[in-house]
Ligand binder design. Structure first.
Ligand SMILES: NC(=O)c1ccc[n+]([C@@H]2O[C@H](COP(=O)([O-])OP(=O)(O)OC[C@H]3O[C@@H](n4cnc5c(N)ncnc54)[C@H](OP(=O)(O)O)[C@@H]3O)[C@@H](O)[C@H]2O)c1
Length: 248
């Protein structure tokens, strides 16, 4: 059966968190989930950007059940605050989509002193997964979707220079962070299965789409991200451990 959103029944009553939901693929995913009647928590770092993205989602899906919760992946404290706020309000979580990311910025460190791509793309999502796991674990059929990239193929985990203290390659650090995301998803899947958990771990390369991600590397890319994110959702809603979503 070919995949499209029409194949998915209503998911009313289910809750999804999408990190980086105000832009690019995260916003399109939010629209897709809202169409399927998920309650979507938009986990974003900037309130006003999140508000305007929410308004756009509502203009497309007027019945959308959307809530904004602030999450800045540049700060482990913010990750902890987000998880606490969520846990105070909800006792189930069906879908955690770890989508937010940055690509090839100039060298910078997170609030906690990590190289920014590794910190934002991987370490903060790792912590978020851990903090939300107790809620995921008590939700039947919950899943954790980690966003990798084809760039993982060029990545190498450089344990001697994890924090870019000796040298910094923007592309190398992006590849490293996306490889870390993918290895995490595989290891998480292995451990969940070994533990007999009902929680599913999946990951994807979402396809190449011209989004704000390319701010630091102007490329000409013609794939509309609405199309790509449908493929992206396929991985996140089907049971595929890892998928390249390159064909719209
Ligand atoms: N587009 C592609 O071709 C492509 C290919 C492979 C993989 N990916 C992956 O797909 C994911 C989505 O990327 P995209 O293309 O949709 O890019 P995008 O439009 O730039 O969206 C990235 C999102 O991440 C958020 N974000 C960045 N830093 C954050 C932080 N410190 N805390 C919280 N949120 C933060 C951004 O928020 P702000 O708006 O506030 O900056 C934005 O909402 C990324 O993980 C990326 O690596 C994309």
């Amino acid at each position: 059966m070919s995949f499209n959103l029409d194949n998915i029944p209503s998911q009313k009553g289910k809750i999804a968190i999408v990190t980086g939901a105000n832009s690019g693929l995260g916003k399109e995913i939010t629209i897709g989930l809202a169409k399927k009647e998920f309650k979507v928590i938009m986990a974003c770092r900037n309130q006003s950007k999140a508000e305007s993205a929410k308004a756009e989602v509502l203009s497309k899906v007027n019945s959308a059940d959307i809530e904004i919760m602030l999450l800045n992946l540049n700060s482990l404290k913010s990750v902890r605050n987000f998880a606490t706020t969520f846990a105070e309000k909800y006792d189930s979580l069906d879908l955690l989509i770890e989508n937010a990311g940055i690509m090839i910025p100039p060298l910078a460190k997170t609030e906690d002193g990590f190289e920014s791509q590794m910190g934002v793309n991987y370490f903060s999502h790792f912590l978020l997964t851990n903090l939300l796991y107790p809620i995921l674990n008590k939700t039947e059929g919950a899943r954790i979707a980690t966003t990798s990239s084809l760039a993982h193929e060029r990545g190498r985990i450089d344990f001697d220079n994890l924090n870019a203290e000796k040298s910094y390659s923007k592309i190398g650090a992006y590849g490293q962070s996306k490889l870390a995301c993918l290895l995490f998803a595989y290891e998480l899947k292995r451990r969940l299965e070994k533990a007999g958990s009902n929680v599913i771990a999946v990951s994807s390369h979402p396809g190449v789409s011209k989004t704000n991600l390319f701010t630091n590397i102007p490329i000409d890319c013609s794939i509309p991200y609405g199309a790509t994110s449908t493929q992206y959702l396929r991985t996140h809603l089907n049971m595929l451990p890892y998928q390249h979503c390159t064909q719209p």
